[in-house]
Design a protein around this ligand. Structure first.
Ligand code: C5P
Length: 231
């Protein structure tokens, strides 16, 4: 069983390491797991990822890798050396195989993104796919399971559908979380932390409701309390 506190992943969606460090200091012991994506990663955030891991925090490197197998494998090895706990790759079979092979013997877990949540059926058709979003999510989830991927990222709204497709030991990580009485921002399909946990999410990724709150630490603690109550 996971500790409720370790199930909250705060997205450090800021543009500088200084801003990120100020947030991490403010959040203190309330947050144990951070996500670093393109915005911060390409602004010095990967060195911060290594420092956070060394200080005992868990780090999710959200770089959604996709390239030829050898390039993916070498990238995965470098991310593992940073001490990161989670890394995302796109859910293409070659990419997933390369990433899973390369993370062996490390504590890094590979998460596959099945279909980006900004895609609808028309976007898939425009990209040359002959699948609906639902079909492609199910196909890629089954491939991820068979390849030995450690988990999937999906919207909280999809968690209930994706959960039964997971293999044993696989984790489900869901963004699109909005605590009661917060702004939806640009997220269209949102769930509260309690709803996401009840829908089968293992880890919840939360950005703006924590990092843009007047009191980020109180906001994080309220989410952890909601996770604990629903668990
Ligand atoms: O601020 P907010 O809570 O909406 O941030 C959610 C985080 O999760 C962002 O870092 C965003 O990139 C990420 N994410 C998402 N939807 C996905 C995949 C990732 O919102 N489908």
């Amino acid at each position: 069983m996971l500790n409720p506190r370790d199930r909250l992943i705060v997205a450090l969606d800021v543009s500088s390491v200084a801003e990120a460090e100020a947030l991490v200091a403010k959040l203190g012991e309330a947050v144990t797991f951070y996500k670093i994506g393109y915005q911060l990663g390409f602004a010095g955030g990967l060195a911060l990822a290594e420092r956070l891991a060394q200080s005992g925090k868990q780090v999710f490197v959200d770089m959604k890798l996709h390239d030829i197998g050898n390039t993916v494998a070498q990238g995965v090895k470098s991310v593992a050396r940073l001490g990161a706990s989670f890394l995302t790759v796109h859910g293409y079979p070659q990419t997933m195989h390369a990433a899973v092979d390369a993370r062996r013997g490390t504590s890094l877990r590979i998460l596959a993104v099945t279909v980006l949540t900004s895609y609808n059926d028309a976007d898939l058709a425009a990209a040359g796919y002959d699948f609906t979003v639902g079909e492609l999510v199910a196909e890629r989830a089954a491939q991820a399971r068979d390849i030995g991927v450690d988990g999937l990222v999906c919207s909280a709204a999809e968690a209930e559908i994706v959960r039964p497709l997971l293999g044993p030991g696989m984790v489900l990580v869901t963004p699109g979380i909005r605590p009661m009485q917060t702004d939806a921002d640009d997220q269209k399909r949102i769930m509260t932390p309690g709803e996401a946990v009840r829908a089968g999410a293992d880890y919840l990724v939360v950005g703006r409701p924590v990092i843009a709150a007047d009191d980020p630490k109180a906001a994080a603690e309220a989410i952890v309390a909601e996770i604990a109550a629903a668990a």
